[in-house]
Write a protein that binds this ligand. Structure first.
Ligand code: PRX
Length: 637
């Protein structure tokens, strides 16, 4: 396997970057020609950010699974595509070669067809991190169905909302999932979701924990039984459906500043080129290396850098079922040692958590196979960066700090391992094809260096989101209306004297808790559903391990019990409505919220108090009742 588009020197990076901005069509046509198309595109790029309307490789026909699997078989058929490491280190790991994986994808694609799934249908996947998850994802892509993977930590209510939004009639799930010491009853969460989703026709259940599950006649079937049916039908083949470059590949829900998650839509051709290009270049992947991305496939990082990016590059992708701290805080290092992992890609929150357990776990393992480290999901603090560099990479391995988003499909700003310089806490330079700029509140571009502002992108890259499912206007309003003719990221950012970018965090009402994006409005909606709550306001506060924690100010009607019990009830409510990831860390009961005369909550004040700042609260004279601030200050947690 060779990558004609792999950048090999700093000069080549500058050259590629320049060309990608000056002649994007030529640049991306060259990259795209390394892939297998059933029919070539007639137009590389057509775009406007007004509507928005972005089309890459128009007229091109392809199937992404042929690019991930079939085309590698001659050269890499017996090489590992996926190495699966289970939750429990006592259980055997599994290796799927490219041949095995293709066979299983075709087989399960036939199961989907037997169960009535057709091109364009939306299939919701709610599974634990077992190999059947990427198999299900790829089987959907094989037949042109649109997958919508939902992270296993979301509640039945969240799933029901997503099923409704996507009108997904098919679900693939597991009986349960292992996560550290816990068994999560996935199927029963689905059962609860389906009470309100009568349109779901079929639930395919894969066995993992074998907890008792209720299987409803006519609706629920076992994965294993369905595979047997396909086997007895005798034809293991499943030709790849011919898809248009701009057909939808997947929907992935993510939080924004409103109460309702958005279904971010990615299409096939552009996402394929972008995920492969960024994977090969950022990590400087070399054939034969083992790439371990610790994310869950329920998030974009898992889509792009466990499944699609690595498989498109014919790489070996290691996927892990468990958590970093079980059975002990050496689990990642165990896996690196056992499988001689070369590239480790994880989140700052995991690094901070592992740091707190001391060096004994990391020093007792052989990490000499590592050559590249990466981080994603949130800003990395200097201390965590240094620890990762020194104790994990032994000062040998570059750390790529990759800034990107669900909406961008792949990495946008990052150093490239051993090619472009790293700078701790900086994502550094844009990937070729990415045209970033900083703007002030009026939307005026801020030129020059040593400046900060809101981060926007001026021109489309192949992996840009195309719409938000079922509501294109929402896509326009969210991303393309704040600033004229630009994609607005929602992040604040500074540019240093050398043009390196450092992301400083969200500037909208979105929190980043342990690298998970959570809208404050979503959490408020969930808190407000508790019967004793009148109103609430949620803000973030700095948290040593999670990056940000969730701080809720709650007005509650005379709790019939003590405040602590009400607090626990509220936490339980949020857990039921969204999922455990959105549980508030702190709940302060207040008698009022600081509001302007027009009724707007002054979050700036609440944020400051949550951060422990009580003196410098800025102008409070526009408040309806300035007295409320004193009360909140004195009760701060
Ligand atoms: O605020 C940025 C932060 O995560 C947000 C995107 O979240 P999500 O769509 O869930 O995708 C996460 C994985 C790509 C961004 O708006 N973020 C992501 N990576 C970084 C980051 N902040 C700072 N540095 C990063 N490397």
């Amino acid at each position: 396997m060779s990558y004609p588009y792999q950048i090999k020197t700093l000069e080549q990076y500058h050259q590629a970057y320049k060309e990608s901005i000056e002649q994007p069509e030529k640049f991306w046509a060259d990259v795209a020609s390394s892939f297998q198309w059933k029919k070539k595109w007639h137009n590389v790029l057509d775009w406007n950010f007004k509507e928005p309307d972005v089309k890459w490789f128009e007229g091109g026909k392809l199937n992404i699974t042929e690019n991930c699997l079939d085309r590698h078989i001659d050269e890499l058929g017996d090489k590992p595509a996926i190495i699966w490491e289970p939750n429990d280190p006592e259980e055997h790991h599994r290796v799927l070669t490219y041949k095995n994986l293709l066979f299983k994808v075709k087989q399960f694609a036939n199961v989907l067809k037997n169960n009535g799934v057709k091109k364009g249908d939306r299939v919701c996947i709610y599974m634990g991190m077992i190999p059947e998850l990427p198999i299900a994802v790829l089987a959907c892509a094989r037949i042109g169905a649109i997958h919508s993977v939902i992270f296993g930590g979301f509640s039945s209510q969240s799933i029901a909302d997503r099923l409704h939004d996507a009108q997904a009639e098919y679900i693939i799930t597991c009986d349960g999932a292992y996560r550290g010491a816990k068994d999560i009853p996935l199927k029963s969460v689905i059962d609860d979701a389906l009470i309100a989703c009568r349109f779901v026709k079929r639930v395919i259940v894969c066995t993992r924990t074998r907890v008792p599950v209720s299987m409803i006649k006519g609706r629920d079937v076992w994965w294993e039984d369905e595979i047997k049916k396909v086997e007895t039908q005798g034809n293991p083949d499943c030709p790849a459906e011919e898809m248009d470059a701009e057909d939808m590949l997947f929907i992935l829900y993510t939080s924004g500043s409103t109460g309702k998650p958005k279904g971010v839509v990615h299409t096939i051709g552009g996402y394929m080129v972008w995920s492969a290009y960024t994977f090969v270049n950022i990590f400087q992947y070399q054939p034969g290396q083992i790439h371990f991305c610790t994310a869950d496939i329920g998030w974009i990082t898992g889509h792009s850098y466990i499944v699609y990016g690595p498989l498109l590059a014919g790489a070996t992708s290691l996927m892990f079922e468990g958590v970093p701290t079980w059975p002990d805080a050496g689990r990642f290092w165990d896996i690196v040692d056992k499988h001689s992992v070369n590239i480790l890609y994880t989140a700052p929150t995991a690094i901070r958590s592992l740091m707190s357990f001391g060096l004994e776990y990391v020093n007792s393992k052989n990490l000499s196979s590592l050559s590249v480290l990466g981080t994603v999901g949130e800003p990395i603090n200097e201390e965590a960066w240094q620890w990762y560099y020194k104790h994990v990479g032994k000062e040998r391995c570059p750390i790529v700090d990759t800034w990107w988003q669900t909406e961008t499909g792949g990495v946008m700003i990052s150093n490239m391992a051993n090619i472009t310089p790293q700078k701790p806490t900086f994502a550094t330079l844009p990937v070729p094809g990415v045209n970033p700029c900083l703007v002030d509140e009026n939307g005026t571009e801020i030129h020059g260096n040593e400046v900060s502002g809101n981060l926007c992108i001026k021109t489309p890259w192949p992996g840009i989101l195309r719409t938000t499912y079922g509501d294109h206007e929402r896509c326009r309003l969210n991303y393309f209306s704040a600033y004229n003719n630009m994609y607005f990221t929602g992040d604040g950012c500074l540019r240093d004297v050398n043009g390196n970018y450092r992301i400083t965090g969200r500037v909208d009402d979105v929190l980043n808790v342990s690298g998970h994006r959570i809208g404050t409005a979503e959490v408020e909606n969930a808190i407000n559903m508790h019967s004793g709550v009148v109103e609430s306001a949620v803000v973030g506060f700095p948290h040593d391990v999670k990056g940000q924690g969730i701080y809720a100010y709650v007005i509650s009607e005379g709790h019939h019990e003590d405040a602590e019990l009400t607090r626990l009830d509220i936490i339980q409510t949020v857990s039921r409505i969204i999922g455990p990831i959105a549980k508030p860390d702190k709940i302060q009961f207040v008698s009022g919220l600081p509001k302007t005369r027009s009724g707007k909550i002054m979050r700036r004040i609440l944020r400051k108090i949550a951060e422990g700042e009580t003196s410098n609260l800025g102008d409070t004279s526009t408040l309806l009742d300035p007295g409320v601030v004193e009360e909140i200050k004195s009760g701060a947690l």
